[in-house]
Design a binder for this molecule. Structure first.
Ligand code: SAM
Length: 205
């Protein structure tokens, strides 16, 4: 996975490649899908949600340009896999999931694997975690209509936010950085994500 799916497709941050190599993805995949755990795509995890394709998790982490000292916020815990990767790259992770059933399972898996620096919360992650802000890095794993203003407001100076922004043909995975002069923006790649449902996301259908 690391060589074929990640390095060959432009993931060059050695810390990200090492973290991806260390987290056992099969532990986050439901029993029936385990033999496809390292498949080059998303897999169902229940509640009509998916564990993201490995490349997407790596591209988000690379876009965050993590040094290891950051308090990071993640929106969309899902299976807990990307939180585990992030936990190897940042000092501490607060991860928010809207489905309690997924959050509970992710919490259990992360605890069983010994990840002590991840807190999983249930709620609307489009509003961030104001009690823990500011964050050095924020990763959003669901497509937003626009960069959520509340999340941008929870970045520390120099902090990075990676978020897929919903578009007509594709969602644009976008990296934003809070600078003294304002917000710098760079598109990482087009992709497809489930929608961010919440106050600063889309309405539930
Ligand atoms: N990163 C996850 C993993 O490694 O398994 C997969 C994330 S999945 C593609 C997107 C997740 O975002 C879903 O679990 C979905 O329920 C969640 N989500 C959507 N809107 C949300 C919101 N406003 N707050 C928190 N979670 C949200």
């Amino acid at each position: 996975m690391v060589e074929r799916q990640l390095r060959r497709r432009g993931i060059a941050d050695e810390r990200v490649l090492a973290a991806m190599g260390e987290v056992p993805r099969e532990a986050f995949v439901p029993e029936r899908a385990r033999r496809r755990a390292y498949h080059d795509g998303a897999l169902p995890i229940g509640a009509e949600q998916t564990i993201s394709q490995p490349w997407i998790v790596a591209a988000i982490c690379q876009g965050l340009e993590l040094s290891g000292d950051e308090l990071a916020l993640e929106v969309g815990t899902g299976s807990g896999y990307s939180a585990a990767v992030l936990a190897g790259l940042a000092r501490e992770v607060v991860s928010v999931e809207r489905f309690a059933e997924l959050a509970t399972r992710a919490r259990t898996t992360l605890a069983e694997l010994g990840f002590a620096n991840v807190e999983v919360r249930v709620g609307d992650g489009s509003l961030g975690a104001p009690d823990r802000a500011p964050f050095g890095a924020i990763a959003v794993h669901a497509a937003a209509p626009a960069a959520p203003a509340t999340l941008l407001g929870q970045l520390e100076p120099g902090g990075r936010l990676v978020v897929p922004i919903s578009g007509r043909g594709a969602d644009m995975l976008t990296a934003l950085r809070a600078t003294e002069a304002g917000i710098e923006e760079r598109v990482i790649a087009p992709s497809r994500f489930v929608p961010l449902i919440g106050d600063e996301g889309f309405r539930e259908r």
